[in-house]
Design a protein around this ligand. Structure first.
Ligand SMILES: Cc1ncc(COP(=O)(O)O)c(C=O)c1O
Length: 503
């Protein structure tokens, strides 16, 4: 790995910034260690011997093995002899400073780990929490593991596009009033479609009820690093923020962060998070993933203005070109009209391909086959693309590929509607742990699910352990499983021919 060294004190927009943020102490320490000629007699077992591990070395060059250094190395993760701090601690401090957190943790199992950790920490505060129903499935898994009861706030649903957005402050208020003594209010913003909730208002409501606000900001790790981006959850008053830095923030897949806000709940939450991190964290965190977080933080901070500005301009131009051509209806006004949406992530674009005569799934397949364009996701009605912070978009190429998609008769492709949630019959964890049996799908209707089943993407659970299985939900899961790109996470078999139900 060769680091591009940035002169201390310079921002790439020509301004001056703190020297501190121009450093990447962890990545620099790994690079230094990799060049020190160590004879490695511990793990990882490849021991930086590319000659004897040619397959691994051919994957990304011998440098890959050199920077995959042993964990808990002195002078990298741990303080060097005689030192009181380490490059890892410095990198964590810099990340906290960049995002405006009291404290930041690096995660090597994605934002999913952040949600697991958070659920366990919250369980020490109260047996229940008020949670957005369309949370990512990792929140459900965390709640099962922790034994945290979830009282749901329903998000608004855009039935035209078949997508769920966020929640309003009024809806959160209502549920916190109905369920006093909750550990927290727990929401997602932005949504998979880039729709941002009014976190400031929701934080005010949570704080009036005397509870912290947790925001799963998996899709918004870049927020706050450019004036045209929405404010970050921490800037808006959230107390704990789960951030999938690898999504748009520029770090390597699987790397993520958990940020503790510096508010009134920080003293209470901090020791709980420290403890829960031990429970869910690997004992062998990857230095490569940590280094990528350190570099992503530096790049967002230093390159933020010009780099992200160019990414935003590209997406904006794509929207303009598509709107000028007029084939595809612009879904942004209808997303913006939802009562819970106050902003859209300008690095995302939703194309309502169905309005232009192509179901979303088909558009996705054709874009791959004809143009080698890979989009983030497709539904029956639309495709969702994104441009990572600092990445660029070949607007003309993508617009031309979209325009060239053949129009087709949509008779055989009725839009897939999100099914309404089924009634809850049992507690989530009790249902997960109860004796169960696997039955053919047709016999599962009316039974209580033992599994969490989520159409992926976006990974929002359509049925939870303890909820009744309805025909509508089953049809939706079958449609998802049969579509070329969808799959049902948690299903007993890929086609959802069988379901696990309470015996
Ligand atoms: C809202 C939300 N939270 C958490 C996650 C999990 O993120 P990761 O894949 O980094 O574990 C996702 C993944 O798509 C997500 O959409």
């Amino acid at each position: 790995m060769t680091l591009t060294h940035v002169a201390p004190g310079t921002r790439l927009d020509g301004g001056v910034t703190q020297d501190r943020q121009a450093r990447a102490p962890y990545a620099e320490a790994i690079e230094r260690n990799a060049g020190e000629g160590w004879t490695r007699l511990g793990v990882p077992g490849h021991q930086d011997q590319p000659l004897h591990h040619p397959s691994l070395a051919s994957l990304a060059g011998p440098e890959l093995l050199a920077v995959d250094i042993p964990m808990f190395t002195e002078g990298v993760d741990l303080p060097a002899p005689g030192e009181t701090t380490s490059p890892l601690l410095e990198a964590l401090d810099l990340a906290a400073e960049a995002w405006g957190a009291r404290r930041t943790w690096f995660l090597t199992d994605g934002a999913s780990q952040g949600n697991h950790v958070t659920c366990l920490a919250l369980r020490s505060l109260s047996p229940h929490a008020v949670v957005q129903r369309s949370v990512h499935t990792s929140v459900i898994d965390g709640a099962i593991l922790a034994g945290l009861r979830l009282e749901f706030v329903q998000p608004s649903v855009d039935s035209a596009l078949g997508i769920a957005h966020g929640v309003t402050a009024a809806a959160v208020d209502q549920q916190l009033t109905a369920h006093p003594g909750a550990a927290a209010a727990y929401i997602i913003s932005p949504s998979y479609f880039g729709a941002c909730a009014d976190i400031e208002a929701i934080a005010r409501v949570a704080h009036q009820h005397g509870v912290p606000l947790v925001v799963d900001e998996a899709w918004g790790s870049h927020f706050g690093f450019h004036p045209e981006l929405p404010k970050s959850a921490l800037q808006s008053g959230a107390d704990l923020v789960i951030s999938s830095t690898h999504k748009l923030g520029g770090s390597l897949t699987q790397s993520a962060m958990l940020h503790l806000g510096d508010g009134i709940f920080a003293d209470q939450l901090e020791p709980l998070i420290v403890r829960a991190m031990t429970t869910f964290g690997t004992t062998s965190p990857s230095g490569i993933l940590y280094a990528s977080l350190d570099l992503a933080r530096r790049d967002l901070y230093l390159n933020g203005i010009p780099g992200i500005g160019a990414s935003i301009a590209d997406v904006e131009r794509l929207r303009e070109v598509l709107n000028a051509e007029g084939r595809y209806a612009d879904p942004d006004p209808s997303i913006h009209a939802a009562p819970d949406v106050i902003a859209l992530d300008p690095l995302r674009f939703v194309v309502d391909t169905r309005s232009g005569g192509v179901p979303g799934y088909v558009a996705r397949r054709l874009l791959e086959e004809r143009s080698r364009i890979h989009v983030e996701m497709a539904t029956g009605t639309c495709i969702v693309g994104l441009v990572g912070a600092g990445s660029r978009l070949d607007v003309d190429y993508v617009a031309a590929a979209l325009h060239a998609l053949p129009q087709q008769d949509l008779e055989g492709y009725p839009p897939i509607h999100l099914p309404p949630n089924a009634p809850r019959r049992m507690d989530l964890r009790d249902a997960y742990l109860s004796p169960n049996e696997i039955v053919p799908a047709a016999k599962a209707v009316g039974r209580i699910s033992a599994d969490s089943l989520a159409a992926y993407p976006p990974g929002v659970a359509n049925v939870l352990p303890g909820e009744a299985i309805t025909q509508e939900i089953l049809d939706f899961l079958h449609d998802t499983a049969a579509s070329p790109y969808g799959w049902v996470r948690g299903s007993v078999d890929p086609a959802v021919d069988h379901l696990r139900v309470i015996a």
